[in-house]
Design a protein around this ligand. Sequence first.
Ligand SMILES: Cc1cc2nc3c(=O)[nH]c(=O)nc-3n(C[C@H](O)[C@H](O)[C@H](O)COP(=O)(O)OP(=O)(O)OC[C@H]3O[C@@H](n4cnc5c(N)ncnc54)[C@H](O)[C@@H]3O)c2cc1C
Length: 431
Amino acid sequence: MAHLKGGGQRHHKVLIVGGGSGGITVASQLLRASPGLDVAILEPAAVHEYQSGWILAGAGLLPYEATHRPESAVIPAGAVWIQDRATAFEPEAQRVITEAGETLSYDVLVVAMGLQLNWSAIKGLPEGLGHHGIVSNYSYAHIAATWETIRGFQGGTALFTHPATPIKCGGAPQKVMYLADDIFQATSGVGVNTRVIFCSALAQLYPVKAYNATVERVAARRGIEVLLRHNLIEVRPEEQVAVFEVRQEGRDPFREEISFDLLHVVPPMAAPDVVAQSPLAIKGQGGWVDVDRLTCQHKRFADVFALGDVSSLPTAKSLAAIRGQAPVLVANLLAQLDGRPLEAHYDGYTACPLITSFHSVVMAEFDYNLQPVSSFLVDPTQERWSMWLVETRVFPWVYWHRVLMGRLHESRFLKPFAPLVRWFGLALKES
Ligand SMILES: Cc1cc2nc3c(=O)[nH]c(=O)nc-3n(C[C@H](O)[C@H](O)[C@H](O)COP(=O)(O)OP(=O)(O)OC[C@H]3O[C@@H](n4cnc5c(N)ncnc54)[C@H](O)[C@@H]3O)c2cc1C
């Protein structure tokens, strides 16, 4: 792996912008399919993050160190790492401009820059986060404090929010709540004195009908109040007041204030500004890179592809989705380079391991049709201890050793382990 920093002009056959989950997975799969291919990765961060592990790390279920590694350790052999940041896209000229002033030209561009968290879109939040009971597991810097706050909670009102925008891992706002509720219930005197409220800007708890029914049952069993169409727009930290814009059918939007003792915030999210302001974006719709839902190819620039959180692919944004998208993108990118038709198609596969307690997970997998699918040959709508083991024990290893290595070409990648998982399930007489 060559490691370059800034300056001048350079050309690469394949330029990948973003060395996160999607960028590294694509680079690895490309180099496995076509050894010797000229692949460069433009990535400013020195550290690669396994964000899916943040909820687990925050709950003491995974060491913090297991959620990140040096970027240099995940760049595949044969790829060039340019440690710099994209500041402009000029797709008409097949160029990307970097912060260090370098011009990078390419034959094919892959955009894998993830999304940006807009903390400042909520008035009072940037100043308040980390104080007065306001926490978030969506920032690595705040995970430890979040969990300390939850564990030290002495009772009162605990609010958990879900914003109005698309977010990465749509289930994560609920996962942290269910784990926190377990802690409240186990802490003497706290469970009985605590009101847990889930305030979501969405119209239902989870956007897929079959899984929505399951989490509705979980919330009801726990006595959690669910306030839908409640979008957090402001916090007043010192008063410990959260302000929501409420949009109910048949009524004008109105504001509602709720006092809290603990507030877990998931901020609004959008495409990074540099993408949203570029010709690659769909204007006015989050600024996502405008790609074909089947091929991952840009709708106007045939030499541009995108995957992951930054893409317009109309499925739930997740690492699991990248497992489905990467092999399709790689096959189509190689076809594009060879002048062949693009024949690989993405079916919208995505997944969200919905952690519903300290011993159960609903492995919510689905596709573009919002129909449940299962990699494990078990009913995916049920809470299972076996899926808990998969989420907490298997997935972290699989991420570092299979996904990032480009060794996972099947989206339903755990099928070979299905008999083992099923055996666990039967052995434990799961519900
Ligand atoms: C708390 C939490 C829990 C989650 N849980 C799950 C889960 O259980 N299951 C699941 O499937 N998914 C989960 N996810 C979602 C998953 O982590 C993301 O969907 C996934 O990381 C998206 O990959 P990506 O490559 O699109 O973006 P990222 O992995 O975010 O990578 C984007 C990369 O682009 C780089 N970049 C940014 N700007 C620039 C620039 N200007 N120039 C160059 N590079 C740039 C960044 O430094 C970063 O390395 C979770 C996420 C969070 C935050």
